[in-house]
Design a binder for this molecule. Structure first.
Ligand SMILES: Nc1ncnc2c1ncn2[C@@H]1O[C@H](COP(=O)(O)OP(=O)(O)OP(=O)(O)O)[C@@H](O)[C@H]1O
Ligand SMILES: [Mg+2]
Length: 645
């Protein structure tokens, strides 16, 4: 072949030519091009990601400093498809010299090199948001930070230089401004129209960006609401682009226990990393290196590992060869090393999860389960699951005004798509039912629906009983941060779908989400969350995590199954009793006319007997809807709400 087409095989460029174009790529240039990796794939998500990165940082900083977090989020429209997002906290503040690096340099942070439970871990989040803002609007990131009531407030306007991944400070002759902490300073702030909520310490970051503001699934509003559930110790003030203010007040006044930083566990360290660690360690001997660098490696285990790898325990790490490192790595894999201690994880707790769930989902039955901590690849983690049954779908809550706005803002092509993608738990069947009931066409564009038709649509959303068409709604969380995208790629969703929910009295088609008015909260807490990408949207599939997930889901599933089966029994017995009662009057009349006994007496005796026979109908649903004398108790952390059966 090649001889036949010599022209096509002509060398196009030489190694020297190619060498001319081979050069280093700055991380900022890389991520500017691959912004989808960081969650900036479209204007709608960009707004959410920006708010989320800033709020997550604020929460991390407050908790690390031991301050009960109070956060202000303000989104303002600044032009067509342009928004300004400002996020302020009452955290510890940031020292002057760090501000430009934190907001104007990718991969700069305090959390990457440690194993400690926190929301951020990579050191990309907030600078990437600033970079996206700069690329789409040309505007710098504005940062105001104060570390004490007596010290000046630092004010910076920063642009990231994507070529060099370095910050470029625009104000105060390249040094930023210091604002005095007194009246003079307050005047300065006013004059320069800097927004700043008066706090003793804290940080405010403002980013202007190209964005789209939407409500419903995957929105900023949803993120803040879900954040309030998983962080009951936070007070959140939110002002949306329409100027509507919303306050989520904290429901508990204590911080979660402080997470402990741990050393890596030997099982979780790959060969390359081990070799690098050996090379870098200041320790004088291999034995000391092992005991000092890893958790759970005692001197005797270190000796055992060295012996198995056939290396002298006292050998200086710098003299360890690559093949020795490999032997040591193999020795680690086959040695029995105790699991890392797991007290470094601070779960939300069953009690708080239950409270949070109860607050947002108006259901009839609530249950939670916390698994004991476990370990994947040497990293401790813990799974918590909460379940609510009986809540109406989110579509029930929407007001006519909001629905009108949502239809206008929607980028869905058809009404059917709008319904299923906007409202949690609203499946295709339910959407069809609503569309039919409102006498609309499924393929009509949301923007072309007439006001009269919107009224009908709203009525259907409010009044139709959709419990049959509802699918399970899952709130996923990692280290208390809601995960709103890529459910299909996430281990949590995959595990829920892969489980059989029929034994728990839920309908389910194979490999699909179960049906019914069920809301699940699943939380993975870990010192290192294995995300599938830098945008931190989905959890990667680790069998150890999946196993724990399954056990947690089964635990709440069993409680739900028990409740649903019992409810069914109550209903059946109730029906049986009403049949009895319907005929007892006639039976009593007939009997008294046959044998002349007192009809009233007879009737009372018969009713008492019928009630006794159908006793379950009373016993199971006591006054408060809770089972009173229950043989098979649900166990701890369950709420049953009274219901009109
Ligand atoms: N509001 C804040 N108050 C105090 N310190 C902050 C604040 N925001 C950021 N920081 C500091 O700046 C660092 C960088 O933040 P950034 O969001 O870029 O990365 P990260 O939070 O470490 O990781 P990730 O990329 O996963 O978010 C943080 O590690 C933290 O030390
Ligand atoms: Mg962060």
């Amino acid at each position: 072949m090649s001889e036949e087409t010599p022209a096509r095989n002509k060398r196009r460029s030489s190694a020297e030519d190619m060498a001319k174009s081979q050069k280093e790529i700055s991380v900022s240039e890389f991520f500017a091009k691959n912004r989808h990796l960081l969650g900036f794939d479209n204007p709608r998500k960009a707004l959410l990601t920006t708010v989320k990165e800033a709020v997550d940082n604020s929460l991390d900083a407050c908790e690390e400093a031991g301050i009960l977090p109070e956060i202000w989020v303000h989104i303002e429209s600044t032009g067509k498809d342009k928004y300004k997002a400002a996020i302020q906290d009452n955290g510890p503040g940031i020292v002057k010299k760090q501000i430009p690096l934190i907001f104007g340099k990718l991969l700069y942070g305090s959390k990457f090199h440690r194993l400690r439970m926190s929301r951020g871990q990579q050191g990309i989040g907030i600078s990437a948001a600033g970079m996206y803002g700069l690329l789409t609007t040309g505007k710098p990131v504005k940062v105001t930070s104060k570390i004490s009531p007596r010290k000046p407030i630092h004010y910076f306007e920063i642009k990231i230089d994507t070529k060099t991944n370095k910050p470029d400070i625009l104000n105060g002759k390249g040094e930023g401004e210091d604002i005095p902490p007194n009246d003079e300073g307050r005047k300065w702030i006013e004059k320069h129209e800097i927004e700043w909520v008066e706090v003793n310490h804290g940080t405010r970051v403002t980013i202007e960006l190209e964005a789209k503001y939407n409500r419903g699934r995957g929105s900023v509003d949803e993120y803040l609401e879900q954040t309030a559930i998983s962080n009951p110790h936070v007070t959140l003030h939110y002002k949306d682009p329409e100027g509507t203010e919303k306050l989520y007040e904290r429901v508990i006044n204590v911080l979660p226990p402080e997470p402990v930083e741990i050393k890596p566990h030997p099982y979780g360290v790959e060969l390359g990393r081990l070799a690098h660690m050996i090379h870098e360690t200041p320790q004088p001997t291999l034995g000391k290196f092992l005991t000092e660098s890893f958790s759970k490696v005692s001197p005797s285990i270190a000796k055992q590992l060295c012996a198995a790898a056939n290396i002298d325990y006292r050998k200086p790490p710098q003299k360890i060869h690559r093949d020795e490192a490999e032997k040591l790595y193999e020795a680690i894999q086959s040695a029995k090393i105790p699991s890392p201690s797991t007290d470094c994880i601070t779960p939300i707790s069953e009690e708080h999860l239950l409270k949070g769930l109860h607050k947002v989902v108006p259901g009839q039955f609530f249950a939670t389960a916390t698994r004991p901590p476990a370990v994947y690849r040497g990293n401790p983690f813990q799974i918590e699951v909460g379940l609510a049954f009986g809540g109406a779908p989110a579509s029930h809550k929407v007001s006519l005004e909001t629905l009108e706005e949502m239809l206008g803002e929607s980028d869905a092509r058809t009404l059917r798509q709008f319904l299923t993608s906007t409202f949690d738990g609203l499946g295709a069947d339910a959407a069809d039912k609503i569309i039919k009931n409102s006498r609309l066409r499924p393929r009509v564009s949301p923007k072309n629906i007439e006001p009269k038709e919107i009224v009908r649509l709203h009525e259907s959303l409010q009044t139709l009983n959709l419990s049959e068409g509802q699918t399970m709604n899952i709130y996923r969380y990692a280290n208390r941060v809601p995960l709103q995208f890529q459910p299909g790629a996430c281990l949590i969703t995959q595990t829920v779908m892969g489980m059989n929910w029929k034994p728990y009295a839920l309908n389910q088609s194979r490999g699909q989400l179960p049906r019914g008015p069920v809301t699940l909260i699943v939380h993975l807490a870990s010192v290192w969350v294995p995300f599938t990408s830098e945008s931190k949207e989905a959890i990667a599939s680790y069998p150890d995590i999946q196993k724990e997930l399954r056990l947690g889901l089964q635990a709440v599933g069993r409680k739900l199954g028990m409740y649903l089966k019992r409810r069914e029994r109550v209903k059946d017995e109730g029906e049986r009793r009403s049949v009895f009662l319907r005929y007892l009057g006639e039976v009593a009349t007939a009997l008294s006319s046959v044998n002349g006994s007192d009809r009233k007496e007879l009737y009372d005796v018969l009713v008492a007997a019928a009630k006794q026979k159908t006793a379950i109908a009373d016993v199971q649903l006591g006054e408060d809807g809770k089972p009173l004398e229950e043989p098979d108790d649900f166990g701890a952390n369950v709420i049953v709400v009274e219901e009109d059966v």
